[in-house]
Design a protein around this ligand. Structure first.
Ligand code: 0GY
Length: 297
């Protein structure tokens, strides 16, 4: 049974019922490195502390979308609506162990045995979410403790923040004892352009090779709407400058989108614009995610 969220910030949106077949054909073995599973609530109830209640987006739909888009693997990221109960994530990983890896959300009090169980199921990272519209604040000491625990397993940290928060966060992120992956390009202000100081600040952070960045999510960042051409220069600059530390994902099922429902086929069709050569595409979609999540060189 689903309980009411403590805060209902945003109306639940749904995902595209019939995304287009992309014109762009990803290289064989391509990885969608940022996506989620939601519920189904009857089996995996949403967390009491959640800020939104999504439409169920179960693993079967994610795996069908993966095939439709021409991808081979998924990195599934625990979303805030499931809190620190990673059961739906683990269930999805166990349903397709070769083709999936996971990013969990955990409490510092988690036991070693639980972490090891997650590791066996394919979890390779934890996510630290700094968006107050999505989560209550976690003390940095807690994040630090979690980071130290998971670094021992060879996991990394995925961080989700908004660009105005980066100057305050940067020293903390630099202090983390393992690789740090930045979600959604650090959510730059697209209207300000790629040469604006905050985006240059992100580029500076990325000079330290402990940092990686995800270059998807144009649907959240765009000012112009689909087909998201205004977001391309940001992703392209990151891909061309840090080609060995970029990842791409659909962000399906696109929680909290209120402006429009993204067509996932359209998102895939942006890839050759942000990664204009076959070499860059292979790094972005295959070599980088396989190195980070599957331990394959
Ligand atoms: C995303 C983005 C969002 C939501 C979450 O954990 C989440 O609930 O990450 C958002 O609302 O911007 O990556 O799915």
């Amino acid at each position: 049974m689903t309980t009411e969220p403590r805060t209902t910030a945003i109306e639940p949106a749904t995902f595209h019922p019939n995304p287009s077949k992309p014109t762009y054909v990803p290289p064989v073995g391509a990885v969608d490195a940022h996506c989620h599973v939601f519920g189904p609530a009857a089996r995996f109830p949403y967390a009491a502390e959640r800020k939104y209640t999504p439409v169920d987006a179960p693993k079967e739909k994610l795996f069908a979308l993966r095939r439709h888009l021409g991808f081979a693997r998924n990195v599934i990221v625990q979303a805030s609506c499931h809190g620190k109960d990673n059961a739906a994530l683990i269930d999805a990983l166990e349903a397709d162990p070769q083709a999936t890896r996971g990013v969990a959300v955990v409490d510092p009090s988690i036991s070693d045995a639980e972490l090891e169980k997650m590791d066996k199921a394919g979890v390779r990272a934890v996510r630290f979410n700094f968006l107050s519209r999505l989560v209550d604040t976690t003390p940095r000491e807690d994040f630090q403790r979690i980071a130290e625990r998971v670094a021992k397993l060879g996991w990394h940290i995925v961080v989700y923040f908004e660009m105005p928060d980066l100057p305050d966060l940067a020293p903390f992120l630099r202090s983390l004892p393992t690789t740090v992956v930045i979600d959604h390009m650090g959510r730059p202000d697209v209207a300000a352009g790629v040469d604006a100081a905050p985006f240059r600040g992100l580029m500076t952070l990325l000079e330290d090779d402990k940092f990686w960045v995800k270059v998807g999510c144009p649907e959240r960042l765009t000012c112009d709407g689909p087909p998201y051409r205004d977001v391309v220069p940001f992703a392209r600059r990151l891909v061309e400058t840090y080609s060995d530390r970029v990842l791409w994902g659909t962000d399906w099922p696109h929680p909290n989108m209120t402006s429009h429902i993204p067509d996932d086929g359209l998102l895939v069709d942006l890839i050759p614009q942000i990664a204009p050569t076959l070499d860059l595409q292979r790094k972005l979609l295959i070599h980088n995610p396989l190195r980070l999540y599957w331990g394959e060189e």
